[in-house]
Design a protein around this ligand. Structure first.
Ligand code: SF4
Length: 52
């Protein structure tokens, strides 16, 4: 049975850690970061646990 972490909602279906049939992550925890030097909007943040 696939692990579903209902504390981490996610819609990135292309990620290997995405739940197959629901919009949740299957990891116990994820790391969030930024690719910007001075993040100012939500687009500046990234899930660093993403894997294709
Ligand atoms: S690792 Fe990040 S991008 Fe991948 S399913 Fe989990 S929350 Fe989404």
């Amino acid at each position: 049975m696939e692990n579903v972490n209902r504390s981490i909602q996610c819609t990135v279906e292309q990620c290997i850690h995405h739940c197959e049939h629901c919009d949740y992550c299957s990891l116990d925890s994820v790391q969030i970061g930024t690719h910007e030097s001075n993040p100012s909007t939500e687009e500046c943040t990234d899930c660093l646990s993403f894997e294709r």
